[in-house]
Structures are given as structure tokens and as C-alpha cells.
Design a protein around this ligand. Sequence first.
Ligand code: 1GP
Length: 244
Amino acid sequence: MNTIFLNIINSKAKDEKLLAVLIDPDKMSPTNVSCFIAKVNQSVATHIFVGGSEVRENATEVLVIEIKKHTNLPVVIFPGDVTQITQKADAILFLSLLSGRNPDYLIGKHVEAVSKLKNSNLEVIPTGYILIQNGKKTSVQRVSKTEPIKREDITQIVHTAKAGELLGKKLIYLEAGSGATHAIDTNIIEKVAEQINIPLIVGGGIRNKATMNAIYKAGADLIVIGNAFEEDETFFNELKKKSD
Ligand code: 1GP
């Protein structure tokens, strides 16, 4: 039942780095899925995340059904809201926005989600989600009405990640925000990775292989990329799987 989480743990133990392609149901039409997923399948991507801050009702389920017709990669919901939960996916990142102090995003939405999760086969992965300031207002900030942690406040970032681990979160996700101008500083990633023992996800504003490699080297176990693939599908060419 914990297959996806256990695979992440096993990869971390072997230092095999993971890559999730993030697909926003509001930006991807189901008719474009097969062509896009063909490129994902040929790349080193290991996971497909589906979600967004604001998504039309049912759009996520329709998209997940279509994606699963074209790939065997695990499809993980990365929800901005309860309405995005669908049983058609393999797992859900059950996100607590630990950087903010809005009770709805710390526990309220989670209580609402229980009726959808209690009899479901979805693998639920408790995830501490930490938004870090990157110079422009992000949609997470706007929708959740919370402030990100300042990027200079490294102690607060590290302690927030550690508090998440101590609370029992199974993953920590450091987020610069979708389309961030700059990815999270490697210095921040190093400090967090040194202090936590659970897998570390990093996303937001990652647009090239050099940045990916630097972020992996700093200690990220899984990188999430959305915009860079939406804007330029040729980026997949740089991330082709090596043929055996
Ligand atoms: C956003 O971390 C993800 O929630 C990915 O961000 O779209 O900027 O790659 P990008």
C-alpha cells in the first residue's frame, strides 16, 4: 500500500535521484496528453505530478484518466484544493503548508478531504510543504493567504522542515513557487538536507540541467518541474533516458 513512498525511500538509500513532471490540469488539454506523455516516457522522469493552485472541478480526474492510458509511471496528485482529489491517481501528496499560519492549509482542508480519502486506495503521503520567498508573489501565497519564509531566514526554514519531520511528515517539499524566477538556493537545500532524515523534494523555477544537477548535489532527492516543460518541450531532449 505504501509502494510509491517506499520507492522514494529506496531510491534515496541508493542515491538514485528522482524527477517529477508536474502537469497543471488548467494548462494541459486532454487532447495533448498522448504527445506530451510520449516525451515524458522517453525521459528520465520517474513520476508524474498533477495539480495546480486553481483548477476547474473534475479537470484533474479527466486528465489523470487520460495520462494513465499512456504511461506506467506513478501519477501523484499534488493538490491545491480538496476538489482535485481523484481516486484514479496512484497517490496523493497530503500537503500541510508549514511555512504559513493559515489553519485551513495546516489542518482544515485535510479534515474536508477525509470523506474522499477514507475508503480509497489512493496512497496518502503526508508532506510538509514549505514556501520560500523568491522575489515575486506566487499563486500558493495568493490562494493560501500566507507569507513565504524569507530566503535569508535559513534557521527558520531548517527548523520548519525539522518540525515537519518531528510531526511525522514523510516528505519535505521546498517550494519556490510555480514559474519562480529563481530556483531555491543550493545553500538552503544543503542546510535542510543536512538536518532532516526524510526525503527532500525541491520545486519551482528549475529550467535547465545545470540547475537540476546543482540541486541534486545539494541534497534534493526528487525535483519537480512544470513550467519549463510546458514552455519548451525540447527540454525533454536533454533528459532522455540512456538506451541500454
Ligand atoms: C510548482 O514546484 C512546482 O509547484 C514546479 O514549479 O512550474 O516553476 O517548474 P515550476
